[in-house]
Design a protein around this ligand. Structure first.
Ligand SMILES: Nc1ncnc2c1ncn2[C@@H]1O[C@H](COP(=O)(O)OP(=O)(O)OP(=O)(O)O)[C@@H](O)[C@H]1O
Length: 270
C-alpha cells in the first residue's frame, strides 16, 4: 500500500489530539493524532512505557482519554455513555490480547460464538456455522468441540482471532498477541491478521515490541513518551530496528530521514 494523506472521513479509526494522564505525572499519551483508513494493518511500536497499550485502550473505548477525541467509523466515543460504549466494543470491535484468555468453561466453538450471542443473535445453527467457518479459516475446525486448555498457546491465539473476527468488526485491536509464541507460531498468527486485512478488508491495529511482527503491517507508528515520534510505510525489520534504536534521540530523525518520502511523509495523517 502506498503512502497517502488520508482524511478522517471514512476512516476506520481516528484519534484527534488524544491525551491520557494518570495522576500528576507525565501523560501516558500526549496529543496523539492518528488516522487509520479501512483495510489497513497498523503496527504501534515503542519502548516499554511509551504509551502503546494506553493508546490501544483509548482507541478501543476501554478507557476514556483525558483530552481529545476518538472516533470509530465516524462515531465519536465521547458521545457514548457506558452502555453505548460497551455495545460499540461488543458489536464493532474485535480484541486479541496476549492475556485475554478464552473462557475455559466453554469449548472452542462456543468461545467463538460468544460475541454473536452477546450481540443478541439467537439462531444457534447459523451461529455454529459462522463459528465453524471462522475456525476453519484459522485451521482449527477439527478442534471445535475441544476445551481451550487442550490447545497450544498458538492454537489458542488462533481461536482468539477467529473470535475477534466472527462479528465482522470494523477494527481489530491486538495487544502483543504473539509475545508468548515461538517465531514460527507467531508468524502463523500474524499471517491470519494479514489475511483478515487482505481478504476481508478488516482494519487491524497491532501493538508489538517485535520488529519482525511489525513487518506484517502496512505501516508502523512509533511512540516515545506518549507522542508519535515517527512513522514507516511498509516497515521492514532493518528500518524498524533503526527507528526503535533512535527513539528519544536525534537518531530517530536520521533513521527516518534516509528513507525518502515514505519515511518523511506521515503515512497515516491528517
Ligand atoms: N492504569 C494506570 N495507572 C497509572 N499509570 C499507568 C496506568 N497505565 C499506564 N500507566 C503509565 O502510563 C505509561 C504508559 O504505559 P503503557 O502501558 O501504555 O506503555 P506501553 O508502551 O504499552 O508499555 P509496555 O510495552 O511495557 O507494555 C507508563 O508510564 C505507565 O506506568
Amino acid at each position: 500500500m502506498t503512502t497517502t494523506a488520508v482524511t478522517e472521513n471514512g476512516a476506520a479509526l481516528a484519534l484527534d489530539r488524544v491525551s491520557r494522564a494518570y495522576g500528576g505525572g507525565a501523560p501516558a499519551l500526549d496529543g496523539v493524532d492518528l488516522v487509520v483508513p479501512r483495510g489497513r494493518f497498523l503496527a504501534v511500536m515503542g519502548r516499554s512505557g511509551s504509551g502503546k497499550s494506553t493508546l490501544l485502550r483509548c482507541a478501543a473505548g476501554l478507557e476514556r482519554p483525558t483530552a481529545g477525541r476518538v472516533r470509530i467509523g465516524g462515531t465519536d466515543l465521547a458521545t457514548l455513555r457506558t452502555t453505548g460504549l460497551t455495545r460499540l466494543r461488543r458489536d464493532r470491535i474485535g480484541f486479541v490480547f496476549q492475556s485475554l484468555n478464552l473462557v475455559s468453561a466453554l469449548n472452542v466453538r462456543e468461545n467463538v460464538t460468544l460475541p454473536l450471542l452477546l450481540a443478541g443473535a439467537r439462531e444457534s445453527r447459523a451461529l455454529d456455522a459462522r463459528a465453524l467457518a471462522g475456525l476453519d479459516a484459522v485451521g482449527l475446525a477439527d478442534r471445535a468441540e475441544d476445551r481451550p486448555e487442550s490447545l497450544s498457546g498458538g492454537q489458542r491465539q488462533r481461536v482468539a482471532i477467529a473470535r475477534a473476527l466472527v462479528n465482522e468488526p470494523e477494527v481489530v485491536f491486538a495487544d502483543e498477541p504473539t509475545a508468548a509464541l515461538d517465531p514460527v507460531t507467531a508468524a502463523g498468527v500474524l499471517a491470519l491478521l494479514r489475511r483478515a486485512v487482505d481478504e476481508r478488508g478488516r482494519t487491524v491495529v497491532l501493538v508489538t515490541h517485535d520488529p519482525t511482527a511489525a513487518t506484517w503491517a502496512d505501516e508502523a507508528v512509533f511512540l516515545d513518551r506518549g507522542r508519535i515520534a515517527g512513522r514507516l510505510d511498509r516497515p521492514d525489520e532493518a528500518r524498524v530496528r533503526a527507528v526503535l534504536g533512535g527513539l528519544g534521540t536525534a537518531g530517530v530523525r536520521a533513521a527516518l530521514g534516509g528513507l525518502g518520502e515514505a519515511g518523511r511523509q506521515p503515512a497515516v495523517a491528517r
